[in-house]
Design a protein around this ligand. Structure first.
Ligand code: AMP
Length: 395
């Protein structure tokens, strides 16, 4: 795997695909700089070698049209502040404007190009557009994991124009390494904790990881499809009736593959989907009519704790309760604590894909797990076992 460490950027212009799709407030100020900070090490490496950095990204969904509210010029000063050098701006990402700006760029300088998605050709993966981008740099670096599952011009097609001179930035390399640590080279026992609302949205992930894990912990709303399929009473709990057979099939496959599946044994049930609802702990198989399971119960958490603490590699995707409502967040917080404890004893833990990342950030576990993925959709597709075009294009 070629990374920026395989290159010396002295007097080279590095064309870097970053993910600066950052949140802006009503006055177009950046409200969260995490994505800019995540790209910083790669940019600094290029500058410290004596090269210059040309940054390209999308922002929002302008759908192929220039849209002043989605101009990257609004984030230019924030990028400069985070990176610690002046950042020049080009009003277009291709054509004479961009080429002129690149010509004037000196070693040690940074240029930010206008939003790639102001051109419809970007998302179409247009080859001519990609060749215009390619003209701007000597070496292409992809450091945007969040768009690595898209075969867009700047994430995938552009790489064709750099047969030798292309590599991963530090952020993308770290994402790939972390996924590999779970899916390929992870120390055993390997445990996946899958939560979230529906079996249907996680089915491909479950099927793919059954070949990689020793333990599969299932929690959250997914639980009830499994429980009902096995004859339990789930009351008003979220349940996909048409996925019951699939759930039984997953349990059968797991057994054949020697994967131990851990389902909740008790749950915190509520008489309404509200923080102020009445609650009671009940057996997962005996949820009364009119009640719904919204969080894991104490015995379940004890069981999950035991599995997590003996694991050497842990993947967490999806909250195990309705963590947005404080009454039902305790199970998800407990899981975070167990992973924290396992990690401090030497386990490798990866949190990725959607709401578990939000939960980890909200409850302050970000620095307590080994790695929190930056890419929602890209992470989910990796866990599903798909080859991401942005990664394949560099390999
Ligand atoms: P997903 O996007 O599939 O990972 O699902 C995340 C959502 O699942 C979160 O918004 C949680 O509130 C929700 N969730 C977790 N547990 C339950 C549950 N027992 N009942 C209903 N929704 C749940």
């Amino acid at each position: 795997m070629k990374t920026v460490d395989n290159f010396n950027f002295k007097d080279k212009k590095a064309l870097i695909r970053v993910d600066f799709n950052v949140p802006l407030d009503g006055d177009l100020n950046v409200t969260d700089t995490s994505r800019i900070e995540a790209a910083k090490p790669t940019i600094i490496k290029v500058l410290e070698d004596g090269g210059s950095a040309i940054l390209m990204s999308h922002l929002g969904r302008p759908k192929g049209q220039a849209n002043p509210d989605m101009s990257l010029k609004h984030i230019c000063s924030k990028v400069a502040e985070v990176i610690g050098v002046t950042v020049k701006f080009s009003d277009d990402c291709v054509g004479t404007t961009a080429e002129e700006a690149v010509r004037n760029l000196k070693s040690g300088e940074v240029l930010l190009l206008e939003n790639l998605r102001f051109h419809a050709a970007e998302e179409k993966g247009d080859k001519d557009f990609a060749s215009q981008l390619a003209k701007l740099g000597d070496i292409y670096i992809n450091d945007a994991f969040g768009t690595a599952h898209r075969a867009h011009a700047s994430t995938t097609i552009v790489a064709e124009f750099f047969p030798e001179n292309k590599c991963f930035g530090y952020l993308l390399a770290k994402e790939i390494e972390s996924i590999d640590k779970v899916m390929q080279t992870g120390e055993k026992p390997v445990t996946a904790i899958l939560g979230g609302s529906k079996v249907s949205s996680k089915i491909t992930i479950i099927e793919n990881i059954l070949d990689k894990v020793d333990h599969l912990i299932i929690g959250g709303g997914m639980t009830y499809t499994f429980i009902k399929a096995q004859g339990g009473k789930v009351g008003n709990s979220i349940c996909e009736d048409d996925k019951q057979e699939l759930a039984l099939n997953i349990l059968k496959q797991a057994k054949e593959k020697g994967v131990e599946v851990h389902l909740p044994v008790d749950v915190l049930a509520a008489d309404g989907f509200s923080n102020d609802a009445n609650t009671q702990v009940v057996s997962v198989n005996e949820i009364p009519d009119g009640w719904e399971g919204l969080d894991a119960g104490p015995k379940t958490l004890e069981n999950f704790k035991e599995v997590i603490l003996k694991s050497k590699t842990i993947l967490w995707n999806g909250p195990i309760g309705v963590f947005e409502l404080p009454t039902f967040a305790k199970g998800t917080i407990a899981i975070g604590n167990y992973i924290d404890e396992a990690t401090s004893k030497g386990a490798f833990s990866l949190v990725g894909g959607g709401d578990s990342v939000a939960a980890v950030k909200q409850f302050g576990f970000e620095d307590k797990v080994s790695y929190v993925s930056t890419g929602g959709g890209a992470m989910l597709e990796s866990l599903e076992g798909k080859n991401l075009p942005g990664i394949a294009a560099i390999l």
